[in-house]
Design a protein around this ligand. Structure first.
Ligand SMILES: [Zn+2]
Length: 259
């Protein structure tokens, strides 16, 4: 949590606070939705894992005007660590949420048309704390996260929330299917594999590294597609994690893809 602003004096603090808010907005822009279940969600929500090894990271839950936002811990010099907000250790997967959603339709300029459209099979980021990661590790070893769809149910509430993953019939996801799912992502994710998409969502984009070859094509990026992926307000509310990392000052421990 940031320091209480009432104890600060002068414009410097104000500017720092504005910069911090801008940074949060920048970080959220163009990101995929997080997958999470609320009390209102039906049980047994079917998902498909696109990776079976998680990307590991530390994350802060930041209260911004009553809404909780996920902010990836930057390790050294992280303002939230300095402010005393404890980061939770998490592992992230790219998953397909097979539920049908209704969302705002947007025109070519990215403005809302006022109409709704229905979407299904959306790619989302599933990020879970140590308790659920232990479960997923075991399930993956026994049944394979990519070998079949899973039905997810939320158990408990508040800081005792955990997810149950019930295996469904064996139906391994093929690399062709994964490619097809990845092709539904906004332009900025083009050419990325599953791990790179997750990393771009958690740690930000490194565009210069991504596309040194087709520099001339940058202008074709379609703004409207990216805007669709901005998390809406409802999705920002996350449950309180039950994980309490022992050391927060530790450097980010990111598991990289095996080459
Ligand atoms: Zn931090």
């Amino acid at each position: 949590m940031a320091k209480n602003p009432f104890r600060e004096r002068g414009f410097k603090s104000y500017r720092e606070e504005s910069a911090r808010k801008d940074a949060i907005y920048e970080q959220k822009k163009g990101k995929l939705f997080r997958f999470f279940l609320t009390d209102k969600d039906e049980d047994d929500v079917e998902i498909r894992f696109l990776n079976d090894e998680p990307i590991l990271f530390y994350e802060h839950s930041v209260n911004e005007g009553g809404k909780f936002l996920n902010v990836t811990c930057t390790g050294d010099d992280c303002p939230y660590c300095e402010g005393g907000n404890k980061a939770a250790y998490k592992g992230a997967f790219l998953i397909v949420d097979t539920r049908e959603f209704e969302m705002d339709e947007r025109d070519a300029k990215g403005d809302k048309t006022g109409k709704k459209k229905k979407v299904k099979d959306r790619l989302k980021i599933l990020a879970r704390g140590t308790k659920d990661l232990a479960k997923l590790d075991r399930i993956n070893t026994k049944y394979g996260l990519k070998a079949r769809p899973y039905a997810v149910t939320r158990i408990g509430s508040g800081n005792t929330t955990s997810y149950e993953f019930d295996r469904m019939d064996k139906d391994p996801i093929t690399s062709k299917q994964i490619e097809k799912f990845l092709s539904t992502l906004p332009e900025k994710y083009k050419g990325m594999d599953v791990f790179e998409v997750i990393e771009a969502n958690l740690f930000g984009m490194e565009e210069e590294e991504k596309s040194p070859v087709k520099r001339g094509n940058k202008g074709t990026r379609r703004r409207s597609e990216e805007e669709d992926e901005i998390e809406d307000v409802d999705s920002d509310v996350i449950e309180v994690e039950d994980t309490k990392p022992k050391t927060v000052k530790k450097k980010l421990n990111i598991v990289k893809k095996k080459k």
